[in-house]
Design a binder for this molecule. Structure first.
Ligand code: MF3
Ligand code: CO
Ligand code: CO
Length: 253
């Protein structure tokens, strides 16, 4: 069942999503060579708690930290660690999910650390474009599969691959609700979008093959060929005539 949020619920979704996006804006200036992903985790944790909210990942099915930090060949669900110290040329995805007023808001961004190679910079740029092209498909009457069809068309056209094992998702009172938003889908498939639905779009795009490997920590997902991967994520509301990006950052306005 796909939940349709009421006006009141949408207002609460807006508040949690605003905090999630503010957390990403807050952490940006700290993403520099020499910082550890554990330090970034602690800063985000304290920021979220100080806003009377809870970091949704913490203890979610046993996840040990408050944000996900996915570095270079890590596709998603990287665990912050003192041992992971950023260096010039890295790319780091920070995925923030907040729980405020009983609602979750979910967003992520891939940051460039210092001087990144042109090849990787292009991967990050195209991944961001993939997310936006997917967002632009959101409109009542269109189908969820139309989103992934557009994303895959763009990514494949650039010679990249699309991760299939991890998806966007409905979001609200639960962190992960229906529907699943697959990023490599067939147009005309999946549920019909309706006003009041809220879900994430969060494509993971790879330089090499699409295949993944789960590390022994049972969380960290890396590319099988160790080539790098990028991701961006927003939480989207289906409106009467299109979409509203609930986690839109000031830099994107
Ligand atoms: N925020 C991730 C997503 O976009 C999910 C992280 S689950 C965790 O769906 F347990 F790893 F935090
Ligand atoms: Co998500
Ligand atoms: Co997320």
């Amino acid at each position: 069942m796909i939940s349709i949020k009421s006006r009141r619920e949408i207002e609460l979704m807006r508040q949690t999503c605003k905090l999630a996006k503010s957390t990403l804006e807050f952490i940006g200036p700290y993403v520099k060579p020499g910082v550890s992903t554990e330090e970034l985790n602690q800063l985000c944790h304290d920021y979220i708690i100080s806003h009377d909210a809870y970091p949704s990942p913490l203890d979610y099915h046993g996840f040990p930290k408050s944000i996900c930090t996915s570095l270079n060949e890590v596709i998603c669900h990287g665990i912050p660690s003192k041992k992971d110290i950023l260096k010039d040329g890295d790319i780091l995805n920070i995925d923030v999910t907040t729980y405020l007023n009983k609602f979750h808001g979910d967003t992520n961004k891939t940051f460039l650390v210092g001087n990144v190679s042109d090849e990787v910079k292009k991967l990050v740029d195209i991944t961001y474009k993939c997310m936006w092209e997917g967002i632009k498909v959101v409109k009542p009457g269109n189908r969820i599969g139309d989103i992934g069809a557009r994303i895959a068309e763009l990514a494949h056209g650039e010679g990249y691959t699309v991760v299939e094992e991890y998806c966007g998702h409905g979001i609200g009172r639960e962190f992960h609700e229906e529907p699943q938003v697959v990023h490599n889908a067939k147009a005309g498939t999946g549920p019909v979008m309706k006003p009041g639905m809220t879900f994430t779009i969060e494509p993971m795009i790879n330089l090499g093959s699409r295949h993944c490997l789960l590390l022994d920590d049972d969380w960290t997902v890396i590319t099988k060929d160790k080539k790098w991967s990028a991701q961006f994520e927003h939480t989207i509301l289906v409106t009467d005539d299109g979409y509203d990006v609930l986690t839109l950052r000031d830099e994107e306005k």
